[in-house]
Design a protein around this ligand. Sequence first.
Ligand code: HEM
Length: 392
Amino acid sequence: MTSTAPRTARSTVDPFAAEVAADPYPYYRELRNSGPVVYLEKHDVYALTRYADVRAALRDWETFTSAKGTAFNPVMNQQVRGLVLTAEPPEHGALRGALLERLKPSSVHGYANWFEQKAAEMVTPLVERGTFDAVNELAQPFLATILTELIGFPHELTDKFVAGSTAAFLAMGPMNERTDNALAVIQDVMSTIAGITRADLAPGSMGESLYRAAERGEIPDEYVGNLLFDYVGPAFDTTTHAIGNLIWALARNPGQLTILRAEPALIPRAVDEILRYQPPIQIWGRFCRKDTEFGDMTVPGGSRVAIVLGSANRDERHYSDPDIFDVRRTARDHLGLGYGMHRCTGASLAHLEIEAVLRALLERMDRIELGKSRRLLNHTVRGFDRLEVRAG
Ligand code: HEM
């Protein structure tokens, strides 16, 4: 008797488990080598882990839709409806256009000097002190300062929005107690956003520009709140952890720090490389609308799919020596910012922010030594809760 069940590999690996999150890369290699499509038994999810397959799925937004949510639990999948993240054409284009008006490269380019000045102001006293926490005393406050001003919301809301950003990425995971707690935080942030009026946003800010887009009839009025969340939700934690991961990688690879100090022109490449090597967003969801083949295996229609960005970026089928952090590598095609229709709208802004911090550090530090650190336990984001470094 022949079976018509779609063929996939199977695995008991749980990408959301703490022991996997501590060092996911050996598990990713195991998944990549077991086949192009791996059914993750624990979560009833089909994982795509190879570079070419992840890219193909992200390009095919009709088959691998975000419209049914990009999370791994139904409550968050309901919550993210109405965000650009889950919109489809033609609505997606209008919402994305409103965000990109202030996020496209030509719009953010002018902020470079301001970011560099802010980064220098923050890095100088920390380096003079010698030992500091690169996440809580540098990356996080740097971004809080910049984003509060750029998006233009009242300063007293910054802490709440930072917590909301962390919660949004945690709540993308499977349903458990931590997800439940994160969902409560998100509800609170959403109701705060719902209470914000145009008068609360600084004139000329990114936040206020959304009201102007609505006034011009480019987006429906009722979408302004969601778009404000599209600025606030993804902007803090992602970039915070990209900066933390970069400082960690440079501390572990002192030769790379020396190369960057000698050739600062490589700074933009170093940013691409860290987003390849340790992408802050490791895993993201899609829903597969119809049976789709990858090699000799199939993602069945009607299933939830895990797009494992962290694995695709380490695929030896695409990158040579993928486990080596190499600032000379040309890794612009990494998938750490996504690919296709939903590719990150904040990409240029994030690049500029990370570059500013890196430049400030390179000008003031010969050597970075790692002190005590604690890995972040977040379902989708890779980074550090605490990253103590000593400047040398
Ligand atoms: C290093 C920092 C960042 C990383 C690693 C990152 C990563 C990503 C990834 C992987 C996606 C694709 C999601 C998907 O395919 O479903 C995405 C989308 C998005 N990101 Fe980012 N992001 C970063 C910074 C930012 C910033 C600073 C903002 C806003 C100011 C932002 C706003 C968005 C939005 C609105 C989307 C959805 C775009 C769409 O659906 O068309 N991100 N980001």
